[in-house]
Design a protein around this ligand. Structure first.
Ligand code: AQP
Length: 335
């Protein structure tokens, strides 16, 4: 069933990325690549969620730069801003306003069960803000504001999407049908990319050292160096064996960039050493990122161009958010 508010009858997809650092291969292979695939089939809204990023401290100037960089990278990866909507969350005030309305409806017991909050607050005990606790409510507002049908979610965001659904249903049953209850869309391909130095933990913007993460804008030599130094093990066979997290993670990268079958890859490297494999993987990653990097350069050659695209994106979608917000306020008797 198409979204009743989409002219072409396509279902609507919403997803976001935090500008909390430099975008990396995990973001690309686990999320953005799938966004590109979805864009041909759905009415897609992709949001750079700067309000989510500030739930932990961000240097203000860096945050502004990284927000634009993330938007440009999404477009460079293949999202056409004419066909999909790309915008910065804080450019549409309705996100913050709906968050407040939903805050007043979200039971604190539900919030206390959120595992991401437990993990993140454990890591930064001294500095846990109310905003970090309220992160799932802001995410619910993002999704519900656009009559979203589908939300692509990885393992780590499943609980937040379930929370969004519960909150939408709670609102609808208390105040009357207002929000579309979104469904999760589990990507058919995509993977959890692990760190290069510490393959036991996911590759991340904010965790692990420089050598742990391949950033989308890393120059070729940096990529080669990082892959060369990636942690493996003392064994020799190049096999997709999950019990060997280092080599397994590198093989996943090779698989995702080449699209080759696992048996073909294993056969290709039979009898070869880790050094040969890493050298070939590095070239595959360098070549795989080349088109994205050159498109990024073009898009950012004129520094005002991305801002123009982003303000057009926000202008196009703002009326949807305002209409849904007005309906929610009216239902609650606010205003
Ligand atoms: N290592 C990863 N493997 C696969 N997918 C990943 N994602 C993040 N890291 C990996 C996916 O990228 C999307 C956007 O993520 P986000 O901006 O919400 O940030 P995050 O999930 O909290 O992960 P980061 O990039 O490491 O940021 P920090 O360090 O700030 O927490 C999501 O769909 C996410 O699943």
């Amino acid at each position: 069933m198409g979204n009743p508010r989409d002219k072409e009858g396509k279902e609507r997809v919403f997803s976001g990325i935090q500008p909390s650092g430099d975008m990396h291969l995990g973001n690309y292979l686990g999320a953005v690549k799938n966004w590109v695939t979805m864009a041909s089939q759905y009415d897609c809204i992709y949001c750079v969620v700067d309000l989510h990023a500030i739930t932990v401290y961000q240097d203000p100037k860096t945050l502004q730069d990284k927000s634009r960089e993330a938007a440009a990278l999404i477009m460079a990866a293949g999202i056409d801003p004419e066909k999909s909507t790309v915008f910065i969350q804080s450019h549409i005030h309705a996100h913050a306003e709906l968050t407040w309305l939903l805050n007043c409806l979200a039971p604190i017991g539900w919030m206390q069960r959120m595992t991401q909050f437990k993990e993140k607050s454990e890591k930064q005990k001294e500095n846990v803000s109310v905003g970090l606790f309220g992160y799932p409510v802001l995410m619910a507002a993002d999704i519900l504001l656009y009559d979203t049908d589908l939300v692509p979610v990885g393992e780590d965001q499943k609980q937040h999407l379930e929370f969004t659904r519960d909150l939408a249903q709670r609102f609808n049953s208390k105040y009357g049908a207002t929000f579309i209850v979104p469904e999760p869309s589990i990507p058919t391909v995509g993977a959890r990319i692990m760190g290069l130095e510490n393959p036991e933990r996911k590759m991340s913007k904010s965790e692990g050292g420089e050598g742990n993460t391949i950033y989308l804008l890393d120059p070729p030599d940096k990529i080669r160096k990082k892959i060369k130094r990636a942690t493996t093990d003392s064994l020799r066979d190049i096999l997709f064996d999950e019990s060997r997290p280092g080599i397994y993670n590198l093989l996943i990268l090779y698989e995702l960039f080449t699209g080759d079958e696992r048996e073909v890859i294993e056969a290709r490297f039979k009898g070869k050493g880790y050094g040969d494999f890493k050298a070939e993987l590095a070239e595959v990653v360098v070549e795989g990122l080349r088109p994205l990097q050159s498109r990024y350069k073009e898009l950012t050659a004129d520094p005002t161009y991305i801002d123009t695209l982003l303000s057009q994106g926000a202008d196009r979608i703002r009326p949807v958010a305002e209409r849904v917000l007005a309906k929610a306020k009216q239902r609650m008797g606010v205003g």
